[in-house]
Design a protein around this ligand. Structure first.
Ligand code: C2E
Ligand code: MG
Ligand code: MG
Length: 485
């Protein structure tokens, strides 16, 4: 009988020379457990290795699992083709292979993701964590940094990493069960999991990794915590309720006036809310990000656009309002739909609204992806007469070059400047510079979030043209702007 200590690394039977059949079998075995591109173990091999560790670790012993991605992979595939992407993966795999050892296993677990299993970390939680952090540091140093593509182009590769500390189920003493027993390095038990199976371990680390990618930031490492599962389930609930709510007519449009230096209302900004039967009136910050991530924003945006046009149509015969503009906020996902300009055109035509009454607000974050396309789209709409505004100005990577190229007619200074403008000379100076910048480009400058008379006065002194904020009015249902009767 052949000795097979480890099913993952079958030793050849030394008594028989390998015939063609054995070679084929070996080949088939290899491709079943190895990833063809990198030669690392594949996902199912990793799951089996974790299952073995789950069964074989001494009681109370800690292990860890790291899930990490090569974040540039899909961009490289798109821009330079799969060969370049494979090169990137192989470069990462070569580094990872060097980390392997008796208690370290690595695998390619998805198209751009890798896994690293650490076993035998001992039964002291803090010591296990320290060893785990060392391994994380090694992974980051292995993957992050400059990689040369076959074309000669040097790419700065980065990774997002999630990890979970785990121990075989039921093998740790229940915290506080024995008061005479010293607490384990004062570590809360919610910092590790006692999983049912390998899938739960991988899923937990994946969840932590995806959390890093959603929130972004420089320190792209996240530890799995139990509350992440609750949060993930809450997101799913929120999404299904929101989708049903959007279909069921639960969205409400609110509006907030924009006034000139004489406090005369010159326009309104539409701000969406969701009147949920379960949650009450929900503000946009609680559901727009999720709608953006899931694509539901396109439907929400379409509804807002039509509501805005309906409001503008009802203002047409009102002498106090017919000159006013109505602004709506756009998300990146809406701008990326091919027919966005066409959708706007159709909505305007349906309600017979003059295009110059509608203003589209976009934030600087929208401009990061495919600026040329955004410029083309806005150019098309500008050709029709639709206005555009740059929202939350000063919070993103404000760049002079895109200000020069973008067909916008308005800048909205972010609330964070307005709230400090009275007390902080530096903020006042920056605000003055933004106003001058607006002048240079011939743009109207609006200040958002004006709450006090002192702020209003200061901003008037700095040359701001228009104002929006609680000082003048809070957002209220759009029906309150419609003519009575
Ligand atoms: P925004 O476009 O910058 O809108 C201004 C936000 O500041 C609004 O919050 C408004 O209620 C709030 N605000 C106005 N005046 C004051 C003030 O004096 N003090 C303070 N503290 N806040 C003030 P809201 O309605 O919660 O909207 C938040 C964000 O949600 C908006 O920021 C916008 O980015 C987004 N949003 C709202 N409606 C839509 C929509 O229909 N589509 C998209 N894509 N995003 C939307
Ligand atoms: Mg806005
Ligand atoms: Mg804003």
């Amino acid at each position: 009988m052949s000795t097979r200590g480890d099913a993952e690394s079958p030793l050849p039977d030394s008594t028989a020379p390998p015939g063609p059949d054995t070679a084929l079998e070996e080949e088939a075995g290899r491709s079943a457990r190895l990833d063809a591109v990198t030669g690392l173990a594949n996902r199912s091999s990793m799951l089996r290795a974790i299952d073995r560790a789950l069964a074989g670790q001494p009681p109370g012993a800690f292990c860890a699992y790291l899930s990490f991605s090569v974040d540039e992979l899909s961009a490289v595939n798109d821009a330079f083709g799969y060969e370049a992407g494979d090169h990137l993966l192989r470069a990462a795999a070569d580094g990872l292979r060097r980390l392997e050892g008796a208690d370290v296993r690595t695998a390619r677990t998805g198209s751009g993701t890798f896994g690293l299993l650490l076993t035998d970390l001992g039964d002291r939680q803090r010591a296990a964590e320290t060893r785990c952090l060392e391994a994380i540091d090694q992974v980051l140093r292995t993957i992050n940094g400059a990689t040369e593509l076959p074309s000669g182009m040097v790419l700065d590769v980065s990774t997002s990493l999630g990890f979970v500390l785990w121990t075989p189920r039921g093998s740790r003493p229940v915290t506080g069960a024995d008061p005479t027993e010293p607490a384990d390095d004062d570590c809360p038990a919610d910092e590790y999991i006692e999983p049912h199976d390998s899938a739960e371990i991988v899923k937990s680390a994946d969840m932590a990794r995806k959390r890093v990618r959603r929130t972004g930031g420089q320190m792209r490492v996240r530890r799995f915590r139990h509350r992440m599962t609750d949060e993930a389930q809450e997101r799913v609930r929120l999404f299904s309720e929101l989708r049903r709510g959007v279909e069921g007519g639960e969205l409400r449009l609110f509006a907030q006036p924009i006034v000139d230096r004489h406090r005369r209302v010159v326009g309104e900004e539409g701000l969406v809310r969701w009147l949920s039967p379960e949650r009450g009136l929900v503000g946009p910050d609680s559901f727009i990000p999720l709608a953006e991530q899931t694509g539901l924003i396109v439907e929400i945006g379409e509804w807002v656009l039509h509501e805005a046009c309906r409001v503008l149509a009802s203002w047409r015969d009102d002498p106090d309002r017919r000159e006013m503009t109505f602004s709506i906020n756009l998300s990146e996902g809406q701008l990326r739909t091919d027919d966005f300009a066409e959708r706007v055109h159709r909505a305007l035509a349906r309600y017979d609204v003059a295009p110059g009454r509608l203003k589209l607000e976009l934030t600087e974050s929208v401009l990061h992806t495919d600026l040329d396309r955004t410029i083309r789209m806005l150019g098309l709409l500008r050709g029709e007469g639709v206005l555009a505004s740059l929202d939350d100005f000063g919070t993103g990577y404000s760049s002079l070059s895109y200000l020069r190229r973008l067909p916008v007619q308005q800048l909205k200074i972010d609330r964070s400047f307005v709230s400090e403008v009275v007390d902080d000379a530096h903020t006042a100076a920056v605000t003055r510079t933004i106003v001058q910048l607006g002048r240079t480009f011939g743009l109207q400058v609006v200040a958002e979030g004006v709450e006090t008379e002192a702020q209003f006065e200061e901003l008037c002194g700095l040359g701001v043209d228009a104002f929006q904020g609680y000082l003048f009015a809070r957002p209220r249902p759009v029906s309150e702007t419609l003519p009575v009767g």
